[in-house]
Design a protein around this ligand. Structure first.
Ligand SMILES: Cc1cc2nc3c(=O)[nH]c(=O)nc-3n(C[C@H](O)[C@H](O)[C@H](O)COP(=O)(O)OP(=O)(O)OC[C@H]3O[C@@H](n4cnc5c(N)ncnc54)[C@H](O)[C@@H]3O)c2cc1C
Length: 150
């Protein structure tokens, strides 16, 4: 199975692997060029859209409908939290910053979670983290083991 330098599986435009139309590879495990010819980024938007596409393809096949057009990634924009109650959001024509962007970030991420229980649990966790000044996400810059000797 051909892979790219990062070990991601090179998929066809319908997200299947050559010679195996029944095998789909999506998300971080897949490598597919976007419209600009560069590989699609390893982000949640790509994974979600590819999962939806694979699902739609399987359903179309099962019900005897014609195959879908090749997968096309639609970039819905970017958002990043940059501080407590502050974020930046670039959503096509809509550019937000500060508190409105932060609220938009919270809203969109909660809406995207699957299931009411997940949303409730995450809201509770974020609420606690906000009130207690916790940093819920930390950068991992190394393992437990010391670096090898030079
Ligand atoms: C620290 C960090 C921060 C990130 N921040 C962002 C961000 O801000 N915005 C953004 O868009 N993207 C972000 N990403 C990238 C985003 O998380 C991924 O692109 C996205 O989760 C890919 O989805 P996926 O379904 O392909 O893989 P995953 O979400 O990794 O899902 C794979 C699942 O398969 C399970 N699994 C693995 N092996 C097996 C096995 N053998 N059997 C059964 N199950 C298995 C795993 O447990 C996991 O649940 C971040 C990634 C990291 C690591």
């Amino acid at each position: 199975m051909p892979t790219d330098r990062a070990g991601r599986v090179l998929v066809q435009p319908d997200l299947t692997i050559p010679g195996h139309p029944e095998v789909f590879v999506v998300g971080d495990a897949a490598s597919l060029a976007g419209e600009d010819g560069r590989p699609l980024p390893g982000v949640a938007q790509v994974a979600m859209q590819q999962a939806a596409y694979a699902t739609a393809t399987i359903l179309a096949r099962a019900s005897g409908r014609p195959p879908l057009a090749p997968f096309r990634y639609r970039d819905r924009g970017s958002m990043a939290i940059v501080g407590r109650g502050a974020a930046i959001a670039d959503l096509g024509r809509l550019h937000l910053r500060g508190l409105p962007a932060w609220l938009a970030w919270l809203f969109i991420h909660l809406v995207m979670l699957i299931g009411f229980r997940s949303r409730l649990a995450v809201m509770f966790e974020w609420g606690i983290a906000f009130l207690t000044f916790q940093r819920s996400i930390r950068l991992i810059t190394g393992g437990d083991r010391p670096p090898p000797a030079a």
